[in-house]
Design a protein around this ligand. Structure first.
Ligand SMILES: [Zn+2]
Length: 161
């Protein structure tokens, strides 16, 4: 546990952390709008609002994921929440924080499963047409299986919450 790191963040609100990293920030009735750092358009397509406990809610109207928006400015999903010492959090708060941090990994894992299922299906179709799989096809198929195993491991991580 990095207690020093946690303490360093205790007073920083998520908006104080994020807003200086964005360009074209304007204040709106409910929060802010800014240029989206992920897709780099000129319009203020990123909407930022503060929810309960100063938790930041982000939405890019062009469809960038929250993870991509934050990654573009060097932040993580956990930075949207007010950092408290974990010991002062309720179990529900802790679980919420961990789930939020896992969400991008779960999404990525689901995408992997989708892509790799496609690769397996192509191989199955090829075999059904009596076309033998060459070395490259077999390697691709083995890679697909390894990626599927990796993805299921990521998805199993929720059982630790
Ligand atoms: Zn965007």
């Amino acid at each position: 546990m990095g207690n020093n790191n946690e303490l360093r963040h205790v007073t920083a609100s998520p908006s104080a952390l994020l807003l200086p990293r964005l360009e074209g920030v304007i204040t709106t009735g409910k929060g802010w709008r800014a240029r989206c750092p992920a897709h780099g358009g000129k319009s203020a397509s990123l909407s930022i609002a503060e929810g309960d406990n100063n938790t930041l809610l982000l939405h890019c109207f062009t469809g960038c994921s929250v993870h991509d928006v934050l990654a573009a400015v060097g932040l993580e999903v956990g930075d949207l929440f007010v950092r408290k010492d974990l010991r002062s959090m309720s179990p529900a708060e802790r679980s919420q924080l961990r789930q939020a941090a896992l969400l991008p990994k779960w999404r990525a894992a689901l995408e992997v499963l989708n892509t790799e299922a496609g690769a397996v299906l192509i191989a199955a179709d090829q075999l059904a047409d009596n076309q033998p799989l060459n070395d490259a096809d077999l390697t691709r198929l083995r890679v697909a299986c390894l990626r599927i195993f990796d993805a299921t491991e990521v998805l199993h991580a929720h059982s630790d919450l």
